[in-house]
Design a protein around this ligand. Structure first.
Ligand SMILES: Cc1cc2nc3c(=O)[nH]c(=O)nc-3n(C[C@H](O)[C@H](O)[C@H](O)COP(=O)(O)O)c2cc1C
Length: 223
């Protein structure tokens, strides 16, 4: 395999996992994920990313508490949510939502069932670990952009080790709760979480894959 093929294979196999087994990931494997992910570029090499990683009872304590918080508290993220998803972005958003609902057998328009599925975010989809991803507020959108690269590399490094992941903005929507639960200082923005562990291959929620736009829909060549 060429280096490109190896990288492309990892990129192709990665998917957002929405059902995990309870098996914990050994700490040396988690360290390997971070050791690889930290190699992404960042503006001025500031490396703005920091992660809090839970395991064992700490994951369960957070899972129970963030679920309760989400039941009773409206979303209040540190970083502004998109104002809208115009045009094709809305189409893609709806398409991946319907793929998930189809996979788990939720009928179109069944709001109670889709709300229940959404709340699975706050059960961390059964994952044994969650990483809370932050960046310094002072670095603003570029700090968030650099940290986004770190999140992607985290997911790919995990995939290369056979470990499944899902980045979750849903957890960042409960930023005030997450901040107080983990004692995150006010000068750091909570950007997202990454729940991770081993995929449950038989679970319906893991039974679909999202699509991508063609290369020619992405690039405007300028000769
Ligand atoms: C920053 C970010 C936040 C996301 N937040 C959520 C989330 O809160 N809940 C969820 O189910 N999926 C979430 N996802 C997963 C996306 O829905 C998923 O990446 C997208 O549909 C493409 O599918 P794939 O990851 O399986 O290739 C998030 C992904 C990213 C990159």
């Amino acid at each position: 395999m060429t280096e490109y093929e190896t990288l492309d294979a990892v990129l192709s196999r990665r998917f957002s996992c929405r059902a995990f087994t309870a098996d914990p990931v050994p700490r040396d494997q988690i360290r390997k994920i971070i050791a690889a992910a930290r190699k992404v570029p960042s503006w001025c090499n500031a490396q703005p990313w920091q992660v809090i990683i839970t395991r064992g009872q700490a994951t369960d304590r957070f899972r129970d508490a963030v679920y309760d918080a989400a039941l009773s508290t409206a979303p209040n993220p540190d970083m502004r949510w998109p104002d809208s998803y115009p045009g094709v972005y809305g189409d893609r958003r709806r398409a991946c939502g319907f793929q998930l609902y189809d996979a788990v057998g939720i009928e179109k328009g069944d709001r109670a069932a889709s709300a229940r599925q959404m709340m699975e975010n706050y059960r961390l989809f059964g994952a044994p670990h969650v990483a809370i991803v932050t960046s310094p507020s002072a670095l603003g959108p570029y700090g968030a952009m650099d940290t986004g690269g770190f999140v992607t590399a985290f997911c790919l490094a995990a995939q290369a080790l056979g470990i499944a992941t899902i980045p979750q903005a849903a957890i960042a929507a409960q930023a005030p709760f997450v901040r107080s639960h983990f004692g995150i200082p006010d000068d750091r923005q909570i950007l997202c979480a990454i729940s991770f562990g081993y995929a449950d291959p038989d679970h319906a929620a893991n039974g679909f894959r999202t699509t991508r736009a063609d290369v020619d829909d992405i690039v405007e060549w300028c000769d």
